[in-house]
Design a protein around this ligand. Structure first.
Ligand code: ZN
Length: 106
């Protein structure tokens, strides 16, 4: 099959040397191959039609999903109403506010 390296131009590679992958979440498709001349890995995004054409040429197609970020782990006591009130008071207290800001500074 014909592929194109942005540096070296058109060339023939065996479909077995091309790998396609599809993101299950976004349906974004791409394929990649190693250039015969400069050895670079060339990645091309492609349409569904091209993907089907690649697949019919026996290019291996991988499916992948975007990794889910696990639940946030909260360490420490739960925030209570009095913490919120204290925080609001703190915002009105210039001195405490300045102190809190300087505590944040590296
Ligand atoms: Zn090349």
């Amino acid at each position: 099959m014909k592929v194109t390296c942005p540096t070296c131009g058109d060339q023939e590679v065996s479909p077995g040397d091309v790998l396609a992958r599809v993101c299950v979440d976004t349906h974004a498709s791409e394929y990649h191959f190693t250039c015969n001349f400069c050895d670079a890995t060339v990645v091309k995004t492609c349409t569904q039609q091209i993907l089907e054409a690649l697949s019919s040429l026996k290019v291996k197609v991988d499916f992948w999903t975007i990794p889910r970020v696990g639940p946030r782990v909260h360490i420490g006591a739960d925030i209570t109403d009095s913490d919120v009130l204290d925080f609001r008071e703190g915002l009105n207290d210039e001195e405490r506010f300045e102190q809190a800001l300087s505590d944040l500074a590296w």
